[in-house]
Write a protein that binds this ligand. Structure first.
Ligand code: ADP
Ligand code: MG
Length: 747
């Protein structure tokens, strides 16, 4: 047989893997649109470009009549209701600005429950039939849109006969221009998306409601401490750090699993994986750096304040982080950021992967959700300040969060559940699925002091002497970092680290805000009762102390500063009675609990049907996502891996028969062949088994989800094990797709 050496012969076509790898290695910056321009002079132009495509406060100040501008500011900054009467004037200014900047169309931009963003474009102006144009964008077009909602998931909220959905202008998140390929410019107006009777069909509406809930309750606490002077609003702040992978686009397209599922369903680990940990903060490859710079330029234009970029732990993994903003704007910006990461990558021959776990055995991607509360006057309510032990207001807000996370760990867990995050949570590198809080030494010490009396001291980190005279002394933080905690206090904010990289930020923040609002409400109610109006400082201090002591006693079980990866912690957490929902199927039912329904209803974040609809949508999404994965696996196993394996089998068999024909002993080769044939049969039967498992119908989607957990996923694991074993044996030139080594090391 001559084809056995096929790859070296020019007569035999290369396998898809070979051509993809060749193309990836041959990638040339000059072939790629945009590369050369990406970094040139960027710094110099940065200032003028920043926010250039945002209908910002600056633009509004220039273009709106003074009184209208002032009223807009009262809405955007103080959360006052929008006066619809001024919409016509704002719309006219917005339209002129957009057209002057090249826009032809506008869209109400919203976040349906698919987890993506949606838009429907309409022209800003239309021909008037007499050779001129007519403006086609009025105040009412700005404020309200109507869209056929039936193509978006509603989780049963909308009866099919009432398919209408409405979009409503969110004036607190600035409109911006989206620049597409070929010079297409579209005015994007952030909107909420609701059904005809006002039920939220999106992620923004509940987020806004939850922000209002925290704001109201936090103000009560400030009033009690007398620190509400000049404060008219409390907001939540959010700085989401986004991790992502980049792979070469040619390689990406040679992997059906990446194309359809955004993750690899097969793949033996590379010999040089992450073991060396030399990628983290390593130097960024030139192509990737050019890509990052262009992503940043695009984001700056639309006002997303990205600040940090670096390599992440895994090879091929990177991170980008913006400076924090008010949570509503930050969540919109987070959507723009994910879309921009995806959109720019092809210009550099790259594909951006946002999936939480694209590669087994390699670090997954998260979206660290840095969260705090702040007044409109800029007071960060989670800033411990110098003498933390005397800062009773800070300790009150801190304890409110501790209480909230302990009481509603199940809801927080549910807020980050999903098929893709399942592969990350609880795996070795990521935060465990058990929700606990890391406080660090300084705060833990104060909490312990507080529990047994009046706290007397604040531990200081001191200074680090670097040992060389020319280097500065660095202040040492009072607590080291703990990368294993799902919910960590990091200096002046909490970092919810279990959020998945592909998730929208709005949903976990909606849950976080609501549970904290409830704790603040509880605390405020108790304090108001205990101290009445205008209490003396001493009376207030002792009431606060008594209350915090009780909260600490009741809820300190959720605090854990140790290594969250260890088995001991799992045992200890079980002893403490902390829930451990291992996957989506275990986590989602928390949304149906009576406790959850009442909580969200009380703070007007979700009605019962709205909350139920989320449950249904998440279950459905889980079922769909894993079912597509299972089908993709079956098809790849059958049409790519099995044929390659049989080809290899023929080579082995030929080797045995030709060796025997030459009268040479080859018992070992024969044993190899036998073992190989067995492995191929294992692949065959595992493929059939998965196919049967995935062919499942259930009228009840949650029963289907349970079937997936119990039967489909284990069958996927089995098939993958056989295939990955084959990958490590089959001749490299026969393997039909790029390997982990090809994918993970970008040139
Ligand atoms: P690290 O990787 O060390 O955790 P980064 O600088 O990458 O830190 O990201 C920290 C994030 O936390 C940034 O987005 C930052 O803006 C955000 N952040 C800082 N202070 C606050 C705050 N008060 N509220 C919300 N986010 C904050
Ligand atoms: Mg970071």
């Amino acid at each position: 047989m001559t084809s056995s050496n096929g790859s070296r012969s020019t007569l035999v076509p290369a396998t898809p893997r070979q051509s993809a790898v060749a193309a990836a290695t041959a990638w040339n910056s000059k072939d790629s649109h945009g590369f050369e321009g990406a970094s040139g002079g960027a710094a110099a132009r940065l200032e003028s470009a920043y926010g250039a495509d945002v209908f910002s406060e600056r633009v509004m100040r220039q273009r709106l009549p003074k009184d209208i501008f002032k009223r807009m500011m009262r809405t955007t900054q103080l959360g006052e209701a929008l006066d619809p009467e001024m919409a016509d004037i704002v719309a006219a200014a917005m339209k002129d600005w957009a057209i002057e900047n090249g826009a032809t169309h506008y869209t109400h931009w919203f976040q349906p429950l698919t987890g993506l963003t949606a838009e429907k474009h309409d022209a800003l102006s239309i021909p008037d039939g007499h050779g001129g144009v007519l403006a086609a964008f009025s105040g009412s077009d700005l404020v309200q849109g109507e869209t056929d909602g039936s193509s978006f998931p509603s989780g049963g909220l909308r009866a099919t006969f009432e398919a209408r959905g409405y979009t409503a202008w969110d004036a607190t998140s600035p409109a911006f221009l989206a620049r597409g390929e070929g010079g297409v410019v579209t005015l994007c107006i952030p909107t909420a998306f609701v059904s005809w009777n006002g039920e939220a069909l999106d992620k923004k509406t509940p987020l806004l409601r939850s922000i209002d809930a925290v704001a109201g309750q936090a103000l009560r606490i400030l009033k009690i401490f007398g620190t509400d002077v000049g404060v008219s609003r409390v907001i939540t702040t959010l700085g989401p750090e986004q991790e992502y992978f980049l792979v070469d686009r040619n390689l990406f397209y040679a992997r059906p699993d990446l194309v359809t599922c955004d993750r690899t369903l097969f793949g033996a680990r590379p010999p040089k994986g992450q073991q060396l940990e030399d990628h983290y903060f390593g130097s960024i490859p030139a192509r990737v750096l050019a890509y990052m710079a262009e992503v940043e330029r695009e984001l700056y234009r639309v006002g997303v304040p990205v600040k940090t970029r670096h390599n992440e732990v895994a090879p091929g993994q990177y991170e980008v982080a913006p400076i924090f903003e008010n949570a509503n704007v930050a969540c919109d910006h987070q959507m723009v950021l994910m879309e921009t990461l995806k959109k720019v990558a092809p210009r550099y021959g790259l594909q951006c992967i946002l999936h939480e776990k694209p590669f087994a055995g390699v670090n997954g991607s998260g979206k660290h959700n840095n969260w705090s509360m702040s007044t409109n006057t800029g007071m960060n309510l989670l800033d411990p300040q110098e003498q933390t032990h005397t800062n009773m207001q800070f300790l009150t807000f801190l304890c409110a969060v501790i209480r909230a996370v302990d009481l509603h760990a199940d809801l927080l867990r549910a807020s980050i559940a999903g098929a893709s995050n399942d592969h990350r949570l609880g795996a070795n590198e990521a935060p465990p699925a058990i929700i606990s809080i890391f406080l660090g030494d300084m705060l833990t010490d104060i909490i312990e002091q507080l529990e047994s009396g009046t706290p007397k001291r604040t531990l200081k980190g001191g200074a680090m002497d670097l040992g060389a005279r020319t280097l500065p002394q660095l202040p040492r933080h009072s607590g080291d970092r703990n990368r294993t905690s799902p919910f960590a206090f990091t200096g002046n904010k909490f970092e919810f680290r279990a959020v998945g990289s592909s998730q929208t930020s709005a949903w976990p923040n909606t849950v976080l805000n609501t549970i904290v609002a409830e704790s603040l409400d509880d605390i405020a109610t108790e304090l108001e009762k205990a101290v009445g109006a205008n209490p003396s400082e001493a009376k207030l201090a002792s009431a606060v102390r008594a209350m915090l002591q009780r909260i600490i006693k009741d809820h300190k079980r959720v605090i854990f500063n140790g290594d969250g990866y260890t088995q001991e912690w799992h045992a200890e957490a079980a002893r403490r009675g902390l829930p451990n929902f291992k996957d989506t199927v275990e986590a989602l039912p928390a949304l149906k609990s009576k406790k959850a329904v009442e909580l969200f209803k009380k703070y007007k974040v979700f009605t019962k049907p709205e909350l139920e609809s989320r449950f249904h949508i998440f279950v459905e999404k889980f079922v769909k996502q894993v079912s597509i994965e299972a089908e993709t696996m079956v098809s790849m196993a059958r049409t790519m891996i099995l044929p390659a394996a049989l080809e290899h089998q023929v080579r082995l068999a030929e080797a045995v028969s030709t060796t025997l024909a030459a009268d040479v002993e080859c018992d070992e080769l024969r044993t190899d062949l036998e073992a190989f044939v067995k492995l191929v049969m294992r692949l065959r039967s595992a493929t059939a088994k998965l196919e049967a498992a995935a062919d499942h119908h259930d009228a009840d989607p949650f029963a289907h989800a349970k079937h997936i957990k119990a039967v489909v996923r284990p069958a996927m694991t089995e098939l993958r094990a056989a295939a990955d074993e084959l990958e490590s044996i089959i001749a490299a030139d026969l393997w039909p797709m790029p390997t982990y080594r090809d994918l993970l090391f970008i040139k």
